[in-house]
Design a binder for this molecule. Sequence first.
Ligand code: UDP
Length: 318
Amino acid sequence: MKPRALVTGGAGFLGSHLCDALLADGYSVVAVDNLLTGRMSNIEHLRREGNFEFLHIDINRPFECGPVNYVFHFASPASPVDYMVHGIDTLKVGSLGTMHALEFAHKHRAKFLFASTSECYGDPLEHPQKETYWGNVNTIGPRSVYDEAKRFSEALTMAYHRYRGVDTRIVRIFNTYGPRMQLNDGRIIPNFMKQALRGEDLTVYGDGKQTRSFCYVNDEIDGFLKLSKSEEHFPVNIGNPDEFTVLECAKRVIAVTSSKSNIRYEKLPQDDPRQRRPDISKARKLLGWEPKIALNAGLEMSLDYFREAVAAEMPLKA
Ligand code: UDP
């Protein structure tokens, strides 16, 4: 019999790619999602897949969906725009949701992998960020609904490991991009792609000197699978260590899309981290993992998706 995996947030950007990868890896998969920010279109292609099922479930309440061998807990709004709009839901899913997912894993003696985030490092004072860095997070700022929910979920995951013996893993995910990102989720790559493809100005926040390190989704998912098969219980950074300023990223998107767009500077959001870059020595050593797809190649691989998404959004001409 195939091993069975549960993916919470299975209709989201990362969750849906993870479902694809788990099916390819020989799992049968049950995806649950309350569709707050997830979309059925992300899993539409799996509708006729016999080893896949989708359940419209809100994990903020206790839930049951039959025995599984693995729980991948990926449910949460994830873009700054989304989690600031859905602040309380973000705190709920990163506390109640995580607890119910852990209870479920405990009940079925399933392994558990929690999707954590580089936001645990906040506006980091240590650069690049190693897993041993405790972070610099504003507990009451606008990003705290996400950051503190994820930090609490890490604590809860470790507690279920230590006190209840659940076989847990924690991945700290850095900026990831690729097909299935929502065009309007406000994140840098979908925003810049949309603006470049429409010939609008690219909105660079602040002076554009803040940095991020972008990982193509296939590389990221490969890291999740490798971690899921390891015996490591402490957090592992999975991300691409190639670091770019936001301004450089805008220029790359303009070049890849052959766009004539200009750059427009806008106000920097509060508590926007000034720099972010994963130290991935732990993942390299422990998992033999490192990303393979450079930013330009990944942007090119994402182009068809964003073109179609932009075309689907254009109002029909009268
Ligand atoms: N950003 C920007 N213009 C945009 C969207 C984002 O300059 O249209 C910047 C944002 O201020 C941040 C970086 O790009 O410094 C990454 O933002 P994103 O929302 O993708 O995620 P974050 O890494 O902040 O969680």
